[in-house]
Design a protein around this ligand. Structure first.
Ligand code: GLY
Length: 536
């Protein structure tokens, strides 16, 4: 069992960010205040994914049951065009959508944090951002994992950035080295003093645009001034006796998660057993169909109509699973999107519950580790490479191997399709679980397995997030598995059924909080990272 507290808990990707969140709760802040402070802190201590130059999604469930879901996803700049990453023959140009200035979407995080705080926060923003400013100004010690990650991205950052930065101030980082970022501290101080305008207007905006002009990027002052986060209606589905509240498009994560849960509802994976061939087969076939729908049907709902309600309905998923064969795999070439009318993976997630029972599930991202590799000159922060989450050409997979359609084509001002699935689960109207994960396409499948591990296989939160994972996304038609995730016997059974496997690096990094029957909170911090839980 993971750490258990009486009433409040923060689980995030970094012990220092977790400590910041807990200190805010102890000062009388609510879960949203803590979430905002954790997000600012992650921007400093987890620069591979924590951000001010990225975007994210937040699900808030207040203790009284009210739900708010906030979309602060990046958008394509006004000067973006559909074929901007293709050559004259329609072929993708190198790694243009991933590395350098053109890969950057207009950042949404700062506006998102202010929107969440303005509506739902209680403590002054200056108090929530100050710990991050102090961490940036005084420095913090890199963990072994962070030093390794930064070393692996140094060449990208040098190639993409037009100015030297703290990240490239050494040629090799070691665990325990201090990362101090006075430039980032000054950027955060401008935000503290001027609000969101301290990022979208004035000096920070000018530094972003100057960086864009030096590097051939598209973002203008007008793009920055025009960015708006959007409060959206949540996607809500049921799984057995649970209500699952998650994020609507422009994320595919919530829809994929609910579709897979609906498909599994009638299959009793408890009886087929945890990580047994029959259970994996059922889950993979559900994932295959949900990802086929994602590729064809999902995009920014402000640009393409999305029949979300129908897609997550039990009737529709029953139809989608009608050709499910318990004895053999359905090759992905035979699976197409349904017709509902007749999505290195470096994002970060944190889960928070305060002592009143308010819950926040927030996933935020630069897309790839250190995003586009572009560090804004004299502003000290990394810009995302979220443009790669668009479908840059039909049948051209993005960095997660995801293919898509016109629904997710690039257009000015459009949000790129995400897989992020921040989720809150209730039972009988009471908070049951708060969870989410980084991992690109593997986000909804990591959330799915964690939830099923708890609900169907009776695991504790810690067991559920630690258990080995597998993942299928329709194309490529291969089950990705963590090392030793499936026994040789079950693997053989699955191969005989027509499945194929590829062993890959760890899948997802789920940070969860489970409400125990006696009302106490159990943390599930993922052992795949430096993730840490704390509370009281
Ligand atoms: N950039 C990863 C996602 O939003 O799915």
């Amino acid at each position: 069992m993971g750490m258990v507290t009486d009433s409040a808990m923060v689980v995030s990707a970094h012990p220092l960010a977790t400590a910041v969140g807990v200190s805010i709760l102890q000062k009388g802040g609510n879960a949203v205040d803590a979430a905002v402070a954790v997000h600012w802190a992650l921007a400093v201590v987890a620069p591979w994914a924590g951000n001010v130059g990225g975007g994210g999604l937040m699900v808030v469930r207040s203790a009284n049951g009210t739900v708010h879901t906030l979309d602060f996803r990046e958008i394509a700049p006004a000067a973006a065009w559909q074929d901007m990453f293709l050559d004259g023959e329609g072929r993708p140009v190198g790694r243009l959508s991933l590395l350098g200035h053109r890969a950057v979407g207009v950042p949404g995080s700062v506006a998102g944090l202010f929107a969440a705080h303005d509506s739902l926060g209680e403590l002054p923003m200056s108090l929530l951002i100050q710990p991050a400013i102090d961490l940036a100004e005084h420095g913090f010690s890199l963990t072994a994992l962070e030093a390794k990650e930064l070393n692996s991205k140094l060449a990208n950052i040098r190639a993409a950035s037009t100015r030297p930065s703290i990240y490239t101030s050494r040629s090799f980082w070691e665990a325990g080295d201090s990362l101090r970022s006075p430039e980032l501290a000054r950027t955060l101080a401008r935000i503290r003093d001027e609000g969101a305008a301290g990022f979208y207007h004035g000096l920070t905006a000018e530094l972003i645009v100057a960086e864009m002009q030096r590097g051939g990027g598209l973002i203008t002052l007008k793009d920055l001034a025009g960015y708006r986060p959007i409060w959206r209606s949540p996607i809500v589905g049921t799984y057995r006796d649970l209500e699952v509240i998650t994020m609507a498009p422009p994320s595919s994560g919530g829809i994929v998660l609910i579709q897979a849960l609906k498909a599994l509802e009638g299959m009793n994976v408890r009886s087929t057993g945890w990580q047994k061939a029959a259970t994996i087969h059922r889950m993979v076939e559900a994932e295959r169909r949900a990802f086929a729908d994602r590729a064809e049907l999902l995009g920014d709902p402000d640009f393409v109509p999305i029949p979300a309600e129908r897609l997550v309905s039990a009737a529709y998923m029953a139809q989608r699973m009608a050709d499910f064969d318990a004895t053999k795999a359905t090759p992905s070439v035979q699976v197409h999107a349904g017709d509902p009318l007749a999505e290195s993976e470096h994002t970060t997630h944190f889960s928070i519950v305060d002592e009143d029972g308010n819950a926040v599930s927030c996933t935020t991202t630069l897309n790839g580790s250190y995003g586009s590799g572009v560090v804004v000159g004299e502003a000290g922060f990394v810009l995302n490479n979220e443009m790669d989450d668009f479908t840059i050409a039909t049948n051209t997979p993005n960095r997660f191997g995801l293919v898509g359609s016109a629904a997710n084509a690039i257009a000015p001002g459009k949000r790129m399709l995400s897989s992020m699935a921040p989720t809150v689960v209730t039972r009988g109207g009471e908070l049951f679980m708060v969870l989410g994960s980084p991992g690109g396409a593997t986000i909804p499948t990591s959330v799915l397995q964690t939830l099923v591990n708890v609900v169907d296989h009776g695991m504790s939160a810690k067991q559920a997030v630690s258990a080995p994972r597998f993942h299928h996304q329709w194309k490529p038609d291969t089950i990705r598995v963590e090392q030793n995730a499936i026994t040789p016997d079950d693997s053989l059974t699955l191969v005989r059924m027509g499945h194929s496997f590829k062993v890959r690096a760890p899948i997802g990094r789920v940070d969860a909080i489970l409400v125990l029957p006696d009302g106490r909170l159990e943390a599930g911090s993922d052992p795949r990272g430096d993730d840490a839980a704390a509370g009281y």
